[in-house]
Design a protein around this ligand. Structure first.
Ligand code: COA
Length: 336
């Protein structure tokens, strides 16, 4: 049986570390508040160059993560026939970041597709890669999650509930058609648009001539907004539901999981999910303390770190799970 096997992982985290204490210098917040509410101690925010732009763009960060994943997989760039780039923050309004990866890595006209599913982007991207491979549309797919959050955040006291949570970074996996047990066993994907406005970035809007005006800017509607408590409640419930659903599809139970790599939204969410499913600490991966929430990038960054730390071994049963703006949520069940 042909399966979509993850054969390589890589990540890129910008050098510039921003600690909770650094944030407390510019926003009315504290290390204690951020640590207790989210588990985050520091995050990476791309440094600014003299031209007033970040020193790297999102596609360049994605390409760095991808180069590491390609080297880790032991393949050549020319082996890739499809790119899937998940981000809620493309570098420009259009085209999406996928085509810039084609250019940066010299992929010789490989297909490029962008996924706009925010924190759930990587889970949707891996499911799409699995679909392409099973259908015979592609043999080797590069799935990247990458985000620049730092330039979109409201770094005044008004935006402190959001700005302390998010970071920049990119992660990538190489997914390849393989005979055997290794690979994606099942995925589940969900959404509920009635909650779209509980976690969104409204402007610029397509329906307005010029897309944005000074009133929107004055009201801060060009910054992301979140109803934190609603997101927290739904995230915890949907994480658990989708893990159980994807396990059931594969004929497994929570105790069969070797490693759960959840979207790194909040340590309290991860802990609540682990507790509800009766998972042991060694079954759960967390690196949110170091990077914060890098939306579509959290899972591929975590996968690359889990591999480096020897926490994922051949034959292990892996569950990736995410929830985010949309609301969207889902999970992948993978034999490593
Ligand atoms: N520093 C200090 N105080 C802050 C703060 C900050 N960065 N952000 C908000 N506060 C204040 C609020 O203004 C509020 O003050 P008040 O009681 O005087 O009005 C107080 O802290 C409590 O705010 P509340 O919103 O009730 O906090 P909370 O316990 O819900 O925690 C979140 C806030 C955002 C950490 C929490 O709701 C959460 O984690 N939600 C999910 C977020 C998430 O995972 N998003 C991504 C999903 S993909």
């Amino acid at each position: 049986m042909i399966r979509a096997a993850i054969i390589g992982t890589g990540f890129f985290a910008p050098e510039n570390v921003v600690t909770n204490d650094d944030l407390a210098q510019i926003i009315d917040t504290s290390d204690k508040w951020i640590t207790e509410r989210s588990g985050i101690k520091e995050r990476r925010w791309l440094a600014m160059g003299e031209d007033g732009r970040t020193v790297l763009n999102g596609a360049e960060m994605g390409a760095k993560a991808a180069e590491r994943a390609i080297a880790n997989a032991g393949i050549e760039n020319s082996d890739i026939d499809q790119v899937i780039f998940a981000t809620l923050n493309p570098d420009v309004a259009f085209p999406g970041n996928g085509v810039f990866i084609e250019e940066l890595l010299g992929l010789n006209t490989a297909g490029a597709m962008d996924i706009r599913n925010q924190c759930t982007g990587f889970v949707y991207g891996l499911a799409a890669a699995d679909g392409f491979i099973r259908a015979g549309t592609a043999k080797t797919v590069l799935v990247i999650g990458g985000e620049i959050q730092s330039t979109a955040l409201d770094k005044s006291d008004r935006g402190r509930d959001m700005s302390v949570l998010f970071g920049d970074g990119a992660g990538a996996v190489v997914v390849q058609a393989k005979e055997g047990d290794q690979g994606v066993i099942a995925s589940v994907l969900h959404s509920q648009g009635r909650y779209a406005r509980d976690l969104w970035l409204e402007g610029p809007v397509a329906t307005m001539e010029g897309r944005i005006d000074s009133a929107m800017i004055d009201e801060g509607r060009h910054f992301p907004k979140m109803n934190g408590q609603i997101v927290f409640k739904h995230a915890t419930r949907r994480f658990c539901e989708s893990i159980n659903e994807v396990l059931e599809k594969g004929g497994f139970t929570p105790e069969d999981i070797d490693l759960m790599v959840p979207h790194q939204a909040n340590q309290r969410i991860t802990d609540a999910v682990g507790q509800r499913l009766g998972l042991k600490p060694e079954q759960v991966f967390s690196n949110i303390a170091k990077y914060g929430n890098t939306t579509a990038a959290t899972i591929p960054i975590a996968l690359a770190e889990a591999v480096e730390e020897g926490r994922l071994k051949k034959g292990d049963l892996l569950v990736t799970v995410a929830f985010g703006s949309g609301f969207t949520w889902g999970a992948n069940l993978v034999r490593w």
